[in-house]
Design a protein around this ligand. Sequence first.
Ligand SMILES: NC(=O)c1ccc[n+]([C@@H]2O[C@H](COP(=O)([O-])OP(=O)(O)OC[C@H]3O[C@@H](n4cnc5c(N)ncnc54)[C@H](O)[C@@H]3O)[C@@H](O)[C@H]2O)c1
Length: 538
Amino acid sequence: MGAGIVEVFARSGVDVVAVEISDAALDLGRVNLDRSTDRAVAKGRLDPADRDALLGRVHFAVGLDALHAVDLVVEAVPERLEVKRQLFAELDRICRPEAILATNTSSLSVTEIAVATGRPDRVVGVHFFNPAPVMKLVEVIRTVVTSAEVVADVEGLCARLGKVGVTVADRAGFIANALLFGYLNQAVAMLEAGYATREDVDLAMRLGAGLPMGPFALLDLIGLDTAYQILDTMYRRGGRNRRHAPVPLLRQMVTAGLLGRKTGRGFYTYERPGSPAVVADDATPNPVAGSATDGVPPVTRIGIVGSDARATGLATACTEAGHEVVTVAAEPTALTPLADVDLVIEAVAGEPSDRAALLAALAEVCKPEAVLVTTATPVIDLAMATGRPADVVGLALHEPTRAGAFAEIVRTVHSSARAVAAVRALCAALGRSVVVCGDRAGLVVDALLVGYLNDAVRMLEANYASVDDIDHAMKLGCGYPTGPFELLDTIGLDVALTVARELHREQREPGLAPAPLLEHLVIAGHLGRRTGRGFREH
Ligand SMILES: NC(=O)c1ccc[n+]([C@@H]2O[C@H](COP(=O)([O-])OP(=O)(O)OC[C@H]3O[C@@H](n4cnc5c(N)ncnc54)[C@H](O)[C@@H]3O)[C@@H](O)[C@H]2O)c1
């Protein structure tokens, strides 16, 4: 982060003194700066002459003495309170009395850092995002002792750096990390439980949720040691919310020195330390095994039950993919034309209480080897109603995102490999990337997404930040295509609440309990865009 922050200042014409703890660490920082600016030149984002001027503005030094005449210090040393407090006490002795001392901490108390100095009113949090030259957001953290003039100065500086500053009070994780890290930690728990692979979770969040990176690629970029420290601090400072209690796997990886890109290995393996290029390792799925078609039943005739836009869209897609399609309404008497389909998809809108009856009727009508696909969960309850649960598979089709079209295939404890392979083949024909996962509430995408959305509602409820600030923070700090409240209003607060309740019921995790504000808005009929009002008026 230090090298990235140096680049941000030098790019904006500010003279920078870049300080490290040793010659070796300083060299590494210099290499990081060179690589990043060379990449910017190669991509045409920076003129070679401007790069040279940028580098000319950076003075490199070992030790804090070089900082005696600066106006502002931005600290980016490891995320440990005692390390930072000691450093600030030293900075306080070395720097001019009027200098502003800023910390880039992600989760530690800026107040506790400030009171280690004799000028707590001139200490502020200035939280950049990774990679600092790219991400537009800076969270400015004002403690109860920070002077208004210092906050105004730093806000002005952010604007001069081309950043968008959001000023918040001193709370663990501020806005973006408080919302990001619960989700990242939950993803690690999924991996640790063997629910899904690193590749599947990353694919699901990129394609299914439209995020710029999957959680494991992001954790490797952040650094697992830093991520662990941030979670640990947020857990202790943030009311011991178990969503922030670091998953044991993280601790093990840190102890083993698997810190992410910076050490060449974290959740993924990289070409060399510091490289963004992922290389294959023991956990990389074998593409040949993954595409095996042996034993896949031929799927030519497809039945679709349902008559809304989703069902007709699916019918069109299947027809375009070369299948013969039979579409019927969701009434027991209308199902007869499905007698000889190879696979039937129940794509009935809403939550009909008689869905199990529908599945049972399909099992009666369809030929014995036909695969029965439901778009509802839990799949196993419906599968048991058919009397032939081995043939039943779940399917969650996601709205295509910029990254592509995606589906989750649900394999219950009864689903046969043959039935799963048939649905997989159908998705391939429809041009959809897939992950196959177990029959858990929210599957991969909604479980991770709704936990995060619920956290955002809790943050709003606690009056820590506004709807706009929270949406801004996630878009500009994490590169999300939409902020949590924009997303909630789009998918529908009732839909999110249903998933939140299912997640909570299944996992009994207090941190996943639906936010009361979400419940109240749903009771009030403020369901989002659909009703003209949700978190915003539409
Ligand atoms: N990694 C991220 O994505 C990210 C994002 C935003 C903020 N942050 C915050 O930035 C800070 C640094 O995180 P990081 O991931 O870059 O950590 P890091 O461990 O990769 O880098 C820390 C650097 O500080 C140097 N250092 C240690 N003690 C020092 C001292 N006394 N004087 C000068 N340099 C010293 C180390 O040599 C090392 O190069 C943390 O507070 C972290 O929470 C990190």
